[in-house]
Design a protein around this ligand. Structure first.
Ligand code: UDP
Length: 360
């Protein structure tokens, strides 16, 4: 059997590309080493609740065409991510906004909150690392209660040794707005993510539980490889490093465990960074509940790769793999793992659609 494309990985990049390729009449074979499609977006029904098995995925985008693209497969609900933080038994609003500042200081107006932050800036002007960036943005109180310990357990490194860019993902607002994201569109697919992938992969041959081997290269004219680029080249320049996660899922005999989909534990006392209660993504009314504790882990090549470690050592290693990749004529390294970069879902869809436009 000969295919136009062998797509390695049935995650978001691979599945969007597969869908576009099939629409253009291409024959595609999709292989994935896992026993299911959907990559890390995969959701599984437990007790009638859609469980995000590889961490919470909240879809959002500011681009209308990306929103409409996803809505052709499934209807989205009106979920808005408003996580709360638990620090030593006290609750704070996230992201950092007027509600948080009121809880911390009793400040009522934006001017009062700004003045507080200003007085806690410790004279920082050009922030050089995550600690300085955080204190510059929100002052020492927010840093100590909501950022420092959480970030150090998440990354396994000191905030002074982490890049400022990590914290710039989070909004700081001088309005009473607990929406974690700024995007124009946001929601959770009603009935879970997996059905989206089933629709995207319709018309392709899919082989699950099938790891890529070099012999497969003869099956197709071109390969879209969304696995780890260093794995493809047998780690010959050393492994690209990641921060990993362990997800501990529990079914509980209560209908409401924490009253919110996402609760961050910002103290070092708990080993997990957050607890997800999945039913709240879909306003569920089931008798039971499913929660997931998320434990950051050191990564070894046997573990799942989640967050790329974007330091100089890994950047130069990645460049070496990229120089091999550039010499390939028929292999394209794509997605989060192929590109060794942290990507939100909307970025992946955009990249896959743009690549499909060029390629097909
Ligand atoms: N962060 C924090 N406290 C929080 C939530 C996030 O300090 O309660 C910091 C932390 O450094 C984290 C970064 O903000 O790595 C990005 O957080 P985000 O929630 O975007 O991480 P993700 O959900 O993508 O893992």
């Amino acid at each position: 059997m000969s295919y136009d494309y062998l797509i390695v990985g049935a995650g978001l990049f691979g599945s969007v590309f597969a869908r576009e390729a099939v629409k253009k009449g291409k024959k595609c074979l999709v292989v994935d080493k896992r026993s299911h499609i959907g990559g890390n977006c995969y959701t599984e029904n437990m007790e009638g609740i859609q469980v995000h098995k590889y961490g919470a995925h909240i879809f959002r985008t500011s681009e209308k065409h990306i929103w409409e693209y996803m809505n052709q497969f499934v209807e989205f609900n009106r979920f808005t991510n408003s996580p709360i933080a638990n620090y030593n038994g006290k609750i704070y609003s996230l992201p950092f906004n007027m509600n948080t500042f009121y809880q911390l200081w009793g400040t009522i107006t934006p001017d009062e909150a700004r003045a507080r932050i200003e007085s806690q800036r410790e004279g920082i002007v050009g922030p050089k690392n995550l600690e300085e960036q955080a204190i510059f943005l929100v002052g020492t109180d927010v840093y100590n209660i909501l950022i420092k310990e959480y970030t150090e357990k998440q990354w396994g490194r000191k905030c002074v040794d982490l890049p400022a860019s990590i914290i710039r993902r989070l909004p700081v607002r001088f309005t009473y707005d607990n929406n974690y994201f700024n995007d124009r569109y946001q929601g959770i697919p009603i009935g879970g993510y997996t059905q989206i992938f089933e629709k995207m992969l319709d018309g392709c041959d899919v082989r699950l539980g099938t790891a890529y081997t070099p012999e497969m290269a003869t099956l197709a004219d071109a390969i879209i490889y969304t696995g780890t680029i260093d794995g493809y080249y047998n780690y010959q320049f050393g492994a690209l490093e990641y921060r990993s996660l362990r997800f501990a899922h529990e079914i509980l005999d209560t209908n409401n465990f924490q009253g919110n989909a996402v609760v961050n534990y910002t103290s070092a006392k708990e080993a997990y960074t957050r607890i997800i209660e999945h039913k709240h993504f879909e306003f569920g009314t089931q008798d039971k509940t499913v929660i997931t504790k998320e434990y950051p882990q050191n990564w070894t090549p046997a573990d799942e790769p989640y967050y790329p470690i974007n330091d100089d050592k890994n950047a130069s290693r990645y460049e070496k793999y990229l120089s091999l990749a550039r010499k390939e004529r028929n292999v394209h390294f794509k997605g989060r793992l192929g590109g060794y970069q942290y990507l939100d879902m909307q970025d992946v869809i955009n990249m896959a659609l743009n690549f499909a436009k060029e390629e097909l």
